[in-house]
Ligand binder design. Structure first.
Ligand SMILES: Cc1cc2nc3c(=O)[nH]c(=O)nc-3n(C[C@H](O)[C@H](O)[C@H](O)COP(=O)(O)OP(=O)(O)OC[C@H]3O[C@@H](n4cnc5c(N)ncnc54)[C@H](O)[C@@H]3O)c2cc1C
Length: 599
């Protein structure tokens, strides 16, 4: 093993310059950047083990994932849901579906507006800058496939560093001619734009790359990009180890208390728990579910909650664990072809379709459609926006919510009610395959706000996973918009204005089913079928002003304490209309620069 990979019996240093809590997507990125100059010593502590998950796909649950179940979801007929998160070196980047997408201009500019300062350095342009640092265009589309499938892309929105230590965006070489007629039909449907790709700040119909190695087509993730083969003297990784809490001296984060994951394992000298100190900073990168949980266990969180758990309060920060958001998903809408669209002959000069057992077979061509409300619901989007503007914020947050959180939510409602009027604020993403008339659009922005909290009903909150409550549907506008999405996609398949309807049997809808023929019936179907998460949790240690319920400032430092920062998806104040991994790599790159600048 590389000698910088520690076991519990090794000589772990007593003190490092930086300790990174969580060796996942953001954690390994930051640890790499802080250690690369050789000036600083860095320890990354990861609860998961070092298991290779390089073969693509969404592998290895539950082995490499957490076993957490959500609280019963009151507005979804009390159903509970599994919470999938990577629990392995590489974190969720080691188990995810590898879709690489970024948000639109408005997504990141909203983060700037939610900073409460003029000229925030959190905006679309800065995130684009850091995406170029974080993500290299490893494999552009094959020219023949690009021509046959109308795949265009903007190379200047990626980095072009070809060293092994990078995250690579690679286009699939698995092509399916059946998608071509579907693509051609959809691009002519009402409201559908066709931008060059999804990197330019707008949405529409385009092809996406995956985080894949351009040569082997294996998974490209934070472990391969930011850990493998670095073997730096000043960068230690300790897997299989839980950070129980951050330890404070006064208001300054001083160290972390850690314990081996396996009950039979001890540190040198037979101890089960030790504290490692940080000279400069402790950096939270345990993800949007565990970062707020560890902060709460450390005395950083809502004082009333901490007192109930008998945890001494270091700082009363009501926003820790609040503001939870995730993309939502429901079963595919399903029709049958009346007669499938004619499939064009395959150009014999294109690369052959890879064998099903190969990594490059796994992902199809990656065609997606992302759309805003004016396209999805041309007749209702203005009234939906007016409904949001008219809402009283406290009605949609848990009873007794702290006034700062209500103020922050009011700001989000104000910005969202304006953003909803814009086409490039995506409310749905649909993946398009062409093999059958079916699609499962995901909801990309939500108005409901959930929370992550200590489990007060467990005798020892340190030994229990957190309570995770998405509270999806607590703001009924979310369910209204899912219903609008379903109606839009029904039209996609069956409306006389849609070229797809020539091939689809309109009477064949089996999901949701033709009996769901009113908005009220569709709302009930959604309450019975929707999943409130596609494993993209964000927002639980939000970068917002403290008097808007924020947890970290513009430089990602936790309010009210010293030498403690957060760099993972917890800091996103609001969801982006895209999958989350590419953006968290960029946020981590920016965080590393901020941390180095104050070193
Ligand atoms: C099944 C699945 C599919 C997904 N598909 C996609 C996709 O196709 N495209 C996309 O862009 N995004 C996808 N995502 C989301 C994306 O991967 C995540 O948003 C992103 O990786 C989160 O990064 P993070 O650094 O915030 O957290 P993570 O990468 O989850 O890292 C957190 C790390 O902290 C560790 N940790 C937690 N608690 C402790 C503790 N107490 N002590 C020590 N270590 C701890 C965890 O084990 C983990 O390794 C998917 C996620 C999942 C789970």
């Amino acid at each position: 093993r590389p000698w910088s990979l520690l076991s519990h019996q090794d000589n772990i240093r007593e003190t490092y310059d930086y300790i990174v809590v969580g060796g996942g997507t953001a954690g390994l990125t930051v640890a790499d950047r802080l250690s690369e100059s050789g000036r600083y010593t860095v320890l990354a502590v990861e609860y998961g083990f070092l298991t290779k998950t390089d073969i693509p796909g969404v592998p290895n649950f539950p082995t490499n994932g957490y076993n957490i179940t959500s609280a019963p979801q009151r507005w979804l007929n009390n159903r509970t849901f599994p919470i999938l998160l990577g629990c392995v070196v590489g974190g969720s980047s080691a188990v995810n579906a590898q879709a690489l997408q970024r948000g639109t201009t408005i997504d990141y500019n909203i983060w700037g507006e939610l900073s409460g300062v003029r000229n925030s350095h959190w905006n679309f342009d800065t995130i684009q800058h850091y995406i170029r640092k974080a993500i290299q265009l490893g494999g552009p589309p094959h020219p023949g496939i690009a021509a046959a499938y109308n795949i265009s892309y903007e190379p200047s929105n990626y980095g072009h560093n070809t060293t092994k230590h990078s995250i690579f965006a690679t286009y699939s070489i698995r092509h399916t001619p059946a998608v071509i007629p579907v693509y051609n039909a959809i691009k002519n449907y009402q409201g559908v734009d066709v931008p060059i790709d999804g990197t330019v700040g707008t949405n529409g119909l385009f092809w996406i790359p995956r985080s894949m190695d351009p040569v082997t087509f294996n998974r490209s993730y934070s472990r391969t990009g930011h850990w493998d083969d670095l073997n730096r003297k000043n960068y230690h990784l300790l897997p299989g180890t839980k950070v129980r809490r951050v330890v404070f001296k006064g208001k300054a984060a001083h160290g972390v208390e850690i314990t081996p994951r396996l009950p039979s394992v001890t540190f040198k000298g037979g101890q089960r728990k030790i504290t490692i100190k940080a000279r400069k900073e402790i950096i939270m990168a345990a993800g949007a579910i565990h970062t707020p949980h560890i902060l709460q266990l450390s005395g950083v969180g809502p004082a009333d909650l901490l007192k109930k758990a008998k945890i001494p309060v270091v700082v009363d920060l009501p926003g820790v664990g609040a503001n939870l958001q995730d993309h939502a998903h429901h079963p595919n809408i399903v029709y049958n072809w009346s007669s499938p669209p004619p499939i064009p002959a395959t150009d014999p000069t294109l690369p052959p379709i890879p064998p099903p057992s190969s990594p490059e077979f796994l992902f199809g061509p990656g065609l997606v459609l992302l759309q805003g409300l004016p396209s999805l619901s041309p007749t209702r989007y203005k009234s939906l926006s007016a409904n949001l503007s008219a809402q009283s914020p406290s009605m949609y947050l848990p009873p007794g919510t702290h006034p700062t959180l209500i103020a922050g939510y009011a700001q989000q409602q104000k910005l969202y009610s304006q953003a909803m009027l814009r086409k490039e604020f995506s409310f749905s993403i649909a993946a398009i395959t062409g093999s059958a008339p079916t699609t499962g659009p995901q909801l990309m922005h939500t108005f409901s706000r959930g929370f992550v909290s200590l489990n007060l009903s467990h005798p020892d909150p340190f030994d229990s996973p957190p309570v995770v409550d998405y509270r999806f549907g607590s703001n009924p506008l979310d369910i209204d918009i899912v219903v609008e999405n379903i109606k839009y996609f029904r039209g996609w398949y069956t409306s006389p204005f849609s070229q797809l309807s020539r091939y689809v049997d309109p009477l064949s809808e089996s999901v949701p089913g033709r009996q769901y023929d009113t908005d009220e019936k569709l709302r009930e179907w959604v309450r019975n079928n929707l999943w409130p998460s596609v494993f993209h949790p964000v927002g639980t240690a939000a970068k917002m002003p403290r008097d808007w319920g924020g947890v970290v400032d513009e430089e990602l430092r936790v309010y009210g304490v010293k030498r403690l920062s957060v760099v993972d998806t917890s800091v996103f104040p609001t969801l982006i209309g895209a999958t989350t991994s590419l953006t968290v790599y960029a946020v981590a790159e920016k965080a590393a620069d901020l941390i180095k600048a104050r070193a």
